[in-house]
Write a protein that binds this ligand. Structure first.
Ligand SMILES: Nc1ncnc2c1ncn2[C@@H]1O[C@H](COP(=O)(O)OP(=O)(O)OP(=O)(O)O)[C@@H](O)[C@H]1O
Ligand SMILES: O=P(O)(O)OC[C@H]1O[C@H](OP(=O)(O)OP(=O)(O)O)[C@H](O)[C@@H]1O
Length: 318
């Protein structure tokens, strides 16, 4: 099928074609019942059950296509959105809108130097050689450092720039961490999650440029707002279901206020009367990460039959 000619009447949704964010994105699509079959080596897939086409792109390029309005919706890292926005000409505002934090792909874009080297402070890197895949954010970061301005002052233009030695920033597409050992850089600006790559390369972080997670982004120029809203609601439901469990328990009315203090729920707990007049059944959403503690505390306050159930999907506006 000539896929390209089937795109005009569809909402276009960009997802990373490879790398760290891809599997979690595919899981989100599956949880949202967005059904597709991607042919080998094809970067376009038509969704079978909705008028949507998925476009598989490098995470770094997704904000550009979304910003241009060629693609309606996308998933990428906040770092890539920030890099895209930093590339925009002075005073041009971004057409990329961040809709929702997706809760995966957590990492930090950090300034790193050789652990055993002389440089301990970022100011000592002014005028030196820096290697990065994020040249616009790095240019911005060092421009502020060179002029001695804070980010706020820089945006407001409240202080005049102090001419300084210019830091030299070079682009490399990957394996940034090798640059110092190869003598190409005095420092690098690269992503860190566990810190394993950084430590293996004998580097340490001396500052953070941006903190990042995966985000759902949309184009401010979209003409497919209804489908954007539908997909957003579905993804929000999946994220929420992943984050919460449904906790139910029985408790006597005399212990109810203490129990609902422990489990206030997202809005409020659902309380149902039991045949036994002094007792109620409570049903409430609890964040997975707090579940064990919440169950311990409920037990201490004489709640019984405490059950936690996985939520497959959910929908709410709050
Ligand atoms: N170690 C990491 N842990 C968590 N998230 C990461 C990590 N590295 C990168 N990311 C996130 O994933 C995004 C894509 O990075 P990734 O390295 O997977 O890119 P890629 O598209 O495979 O490109 P490349 O070929 O340059 O590696 C980053 O912009 C960042 O938001
Ligand atoms: O702190 P860590 O958990 O070690 O992760 C950080 C590494 O992950 C990313 O690279 P990736 O492995 O995706 O490959 P790349 O170097 O080709 O970009 C990033 O650029 C770091 O090198």
């Amino acid at each position: 099928m000539d896929l390209v000619n089937h795109l005009s009447d569809r909402m276009l949704f960009a997802v990373p074609k490879k790398g760290r964010l891809q599997q979690a994105c595919l899981d989100l699509l599956s949880g949202s019942d967005i059904q597709f079959k991607r042919e080998n080596r094809l970067d376009i897939a038509l969704v079978k059950n909705l008028p949507i086409a998925l476009i598989f792109l490098p995470a770094a390029d997704i904000p550009t296509f979304v910003g241009e309005g060629k693609v309606d919706l996308g998933i990428t890292g906040i770092d890539q959105v920030a890099e895209h926005d930093a590339q925009l000409p002075y005073l041009e505002s971004s057409n990329v809108e961040q809709i929702m934090d997706l809760g995966f792909g957590n990492c930090k874009l950090q300034v790193q130097v050789p652990e055993k080297g002389q440089i301990k402070d970022v100011k000592e890197l002014i005028g030196k050689n820096i290697v990065t895949s994020f040249t616009a954010l790095t240019e911005d970061y060092f421009a502020r450092l060179e002029s001695g301005r804070s980010r706020k002052e820089s945006i407001n233009g409240t202080t005049s720039p102090i001419p300084q030695l210019k830091t030299k920033i070079k682009f490399v597409g990957g394996s940034v961490e090798a640059a110092c050992a190869l003598g190409v850089a005095d420092g690098i600006v690269d992503l860190v999650e566990s810190g394993e790559t950084m430590r293996a390369a004998g580097l340490c972080a001396i500052d953070t440029v941006v903190e990042s997670t995966a985000v759902l982004i949309k184009s401010k120029k979209t003409t497919n707002q209804k489908l954007v809203d539908l997909v957003t609601a579905r993804i929000r439901g999946v994220i929420q279901a992943q984050r919460y469990v449904l906790c139910t328990y029985n408790v006597s009315r005399s212990n109810l206020s203490e129990a609902t203090r422990i489990t206030p729920g997202k809005r409020a707990p659902t309380i149902m009367s039991l045949e036994e007049s002094d007792w109620v059944a409570v049903s409430v959403m609890v964040e997975k990460k707090n579940l064990a503690t919440v169950m311990d505390e409920l037990s201490e306050h004489h709640a019984t039959d405490i059950l936690a159930t996985e939520i497959v999907n959910s929908r709410s506006t709050g």
